[in-house]
Design a protein. Structure first.
Length: 357
């Protein structure tokens, strides 16, 4: 069995604002012109690159794996690395940037267009520097090939930690809706704004006690502006479990990007009633109407949430069915096995055999 041998923490650089708002804005636009997306520049760290080089020198790894395309910027920190490079694309950024550009109007569309060009330049260079791209769904594999025809793509579905017992399937009082996602990721910002501004208002009058919690790392100014009576924004929290336990319904109205949504998987595994867009559950395999409810429009989301808020027995039944399904289908063993096969295909056969003994 593979064991974790070393972990090294590098302090998050803090993004553009660490240099002041004006200087940060200037550097942001200068980076975009040079083909560096804002998210990539915000995670640029001299300390991280140095630590990566030191680790490579000390370990000489058989394979190096980059999680998220933004971390692929550190490929260039290892110019002498001969080991195969694996990029795990949790969500193809260029696809989300394309969709966002199509939605925007006016000056916001111009900015989104510059971001899109930066992502095209950045990810085109990155795809040439890695040996294989791992995605979580067939849809994402098609998306990667659509943008980068020569990319070698492997589908490895995600798993999730399965609690031995489901959390409270009915939630606490007052009834609360929950959205969870890192807000450095544009699709999560888009979903949170939609939930607070377009979906939740349709439920306010019918359910005067209903609350909405938006939980996630680094809430943007747009997300923080959503705070209102009965709407709370929680940034970095030590443990998301109490918020999941409290929730009556986990809501995922994602409309941008791809990937397999780990927070949706975790909500299903926790035995919570989930209302999600088709995109949010792409590749998961849970059965709509049995393990979760699907919705597309704002009206459909409001109607599905209302049904579950009104009927605690219904949301309990869906939550319990979701937990049972997760126990059967979301084992990490499947993902680990597929990764092992991929690694063995990248390492020369003699070295792979030696590594297993």
């Amino acid at each position: 069995m593979t064991e974790l041998a070393h972990v090294e923490e590098i302090v998050y650089p803090g993004g553009a604002s660490a240099n002041g708002p004006i200087r940060g804005l200037v550097r942001d636009y200068a980076g975009l012109v040079r083909g560096t997306p804002s998210w990539v520049r915000g995670l640029r760290s001299v300390e991280f690159a140095r630590a990566l080089r030191d680790l490579d020198f000390a370990w000489r790894p058989d394979i190096i794996q980059f999680e998220y395309s933004v971390m692929g910027q550190y490929v260039t920190a290892l110019p002498d690395l001969r080991a195969p490079r694996v990029l795990v694309e949790h969500d193809l950024a260029i696809e989300a940037a394309s969709e966002l550009w199509r939605r925007k109007r006016g000056t916001a569309r111009l900015r989104a267009g510059v971001e899109l060009l930066a992502w095209k330049n950045f990810e085109s260079r990155l795809m040439e520097q890695v040996d294989v791209v791992v995605v979580f769904t067939d849809r994402d594999a098609d998306a990667v090939r659509g943008f980068f025809a020569d990319a070698r793509v492997k589908v490895v579905p995600l798993g999730a930690e399965i609690p031995t017992r489901p959390l409270n399937p009915r939630g606490g009082w007052p009834p609360t809706l929950l959205f969870v996602g890192s807000f450095v990721h544009t699709p999560n910002v888009d979903a949170a704004v939609r939930l607070a501004r377009d979906i939740f208002p349709r439920l306010r009058d019918t359910f005067p006690e209903l609350m909405l919690n938006l939980v996630g790392h680094a809430p943007t100014s747009e997300v923080r502006a959503l705070v209102a009576p009965r709407i709370a924004v929680h940034g970095d929290v030590p443990d998301v479990t109490p918020y999941v336990e409290q929730a009556a319904v986990f809501v995922a109205p994602l409309g941008l990007g791809g990937g397999m949504r780990i927070k949706v998987l975790e909500a299903l595994a926790a035995g919570k009633a989930v209302v999600a867009s088709p995109r949010a559950v792409e590749g998961i395999g849970a059965v709509p109407g049995e393990h979760l409810l699907l919705a597309e429009s704002d009206e459909e989301f409001a109607a599905a949430v209302a049904q579950l808020v009104r009927d605690p027995a219904r949301r309990s039944a869906i939550g319990e069915a979701a937990h049972a399904w997760a126990r059967e289908h979301l084992s990490w063993d499947r993902s680990a096995s597929l990764f092992e096969r991929l690694y063995d295909s990248l390492i020369p056969s003699g070295e792979a055999a030696a590594r297993r003994t």
